[in-house]
Design a protein around this ligand. Structure first.
Ligand code: NAD
Ligand code: UGA
Length: 321
């Protein structure tokens, strides 16, 4: 495989994947329409390193509108990360946006893939398809029981990937990422908000009592899993893999870790629990280890320290600009 199309290329995870694929010698086409889910300016900054690279082709456009046949014909692999990501904001009137950006984009890409002779289509799914883990690590064959409309939209997209694999022969794999963090993390995610508040001397908001637990995954581990998947011939059509960090934390402990890393004492404002927020996520990584050779490498303490350093450096760079 030599040329890869990354959708959602300007986003948090997509931009890291683009940088890594370029470093590994691939030709990369990076597609994004810079939605306003968060600042498009932040997304443009995410891509600044890639834009200087001669093997990178930026494509600014919406997957719902572009002619995808031409795009797919020119590449060997697709990593489909574009989507509407927030769990808690997916209730009510915003749901059609989740259907468009998570389900319809996937269907349009798969249609084009089924006509284009693609080597491998990799879909970025989510731990939110499982709902809450009841006390132990969750394996890929667990019942899918999403707790939010976002999670349901990711299940629907996964089902499309399985359908097009079975009925239309699209060679594909599903990766289920578990709460990803690190530099460029989306600004509304917990760790971003905690670092921003504590480093500014403001209170952090904790939804519920802070005992909810998350398997968290440093972004370079997610990226390595995605590159390894693109390069691995699928064992069966649309096989699914958990991509977790091999480490868990409660929200309360995460607040304390950020405080320790910054050398500040966090002030916490407890807010009501938010619908759709699961009590626990926990990844069984046995299949990913065995079949993808996946091994998470970055510890929570190291990963948080790296994200803290990145936030402070970005703040200094923006202040100096
Ligand atoms: P992100 O919002 O930073 O990136 C998504 C990108 O997709 C954005 O830049 C957006 O502009 C683009 N996009 C959305 N709709 C588009 C369309 N119609 N056409 C072209 N571009 C479009 O999100 P992220 O955190 O990097 O997540 C990337 C993917 O990984 C998403 O599919 C998300 O559901 C999944 N995921 C993320 C996490 C996490 O913890 N961040 C965990 C599990 C799964
Ligand atoms: C994350 C991503 O945002 C989703 O895109 C992804 O699909 C999902 O992981 C996944 O793994 O599938 P989430 O786990 O909710 O979703 O990640 P955060 O937004 O970082 O929230 C983590 C926890 O912190 C949640 O319980 C949330 O309620 C809590 N939180 C968040 C707070 O208490 N305060 C905040 O200010 C923000």
């Amino acid at each position: 495989m030599s040329k890869v199309l990354v959708t959602g290329a300007a986003g948090f995870i997509g931009s890291h994947l683009v940088d890594r694929l370029l470093e590994a010698g691939y030709e990369v086409a990076g597609l994004d329409c810079f939605t306003d889910y968060y600042s498009p300016e932040v997304k443009r900054r995410n891509l600044s390193r890639a834009l200087a690279h001669e093997r990178f082709t930026p494509i600014e456009g919406d997957l719902l509108q572009l002619d995808l046949d031409d795009l797919i014909r020119g590449v060997d692999g697709v990593a489909h990360l574009a989507g509407e990501p927030g769990v808690r904001s997916s209730w009510g009137e915003r749901f059609p946006t989740y259907l468009e950006r998570n389900v319809q984009t996937t269907q349009r890409l798969l249609e084009a893939a089924s006509r284009g002779g693609l080597e491998h289509f990799v879909y970025a799914s989510s731990s939110s398809i499982y709902g809450s883990s009841d006390g132990g690590p969750v394996a890929e064959d667990a019942t899918l029981r999403p707790a939010s409309p976002y999670g349901m939209s990711k299940v629907a997209a996964e089902e499309l990937v399985r359908l097009y694999a079975r009925e239309r022969g699209v060679t594909s794999t599903v990766l289920r990422y578990f709460t990803v963090y690190g530099p460029r993390q989306r600004p509304e995610m917990a760790l971003s908000r905690f670092i921003c508040a504590i480093s500014s001397g403001e209170p952090v908001e904790v939804f519920g009592d802070g005992s909810q637990a998350r398997e968290v995954t440093y972004v370079s581990d997610v990226v390595e899993a995605t590159v390894a998947t693109l390069e691995t011939k699928p064992k069966e059509p649309a096989r699914a893999y958990n991509v977790g960090g091999g480490t868990r934390t409660t929200v309360g402990k995460l607040v304390n870790l950020v405080g320790e890393t910054l050398g500040e004492r966090p002030e916490v404002r407890y807010c009501p629990p938010v619908p759709g927020d699961v009590l626990s996520t926990w990844a069984n990584l046995g299949r990913s280890r065995r079949e993808l050779g996946y091994e998470p490498r970055v510890s929570l303490e190291e990963g948080v320290a790296r994200q803290v350093r990145w936030v402070l450096a970005e703040r200094r760079a923006l202040a100096a600009a």
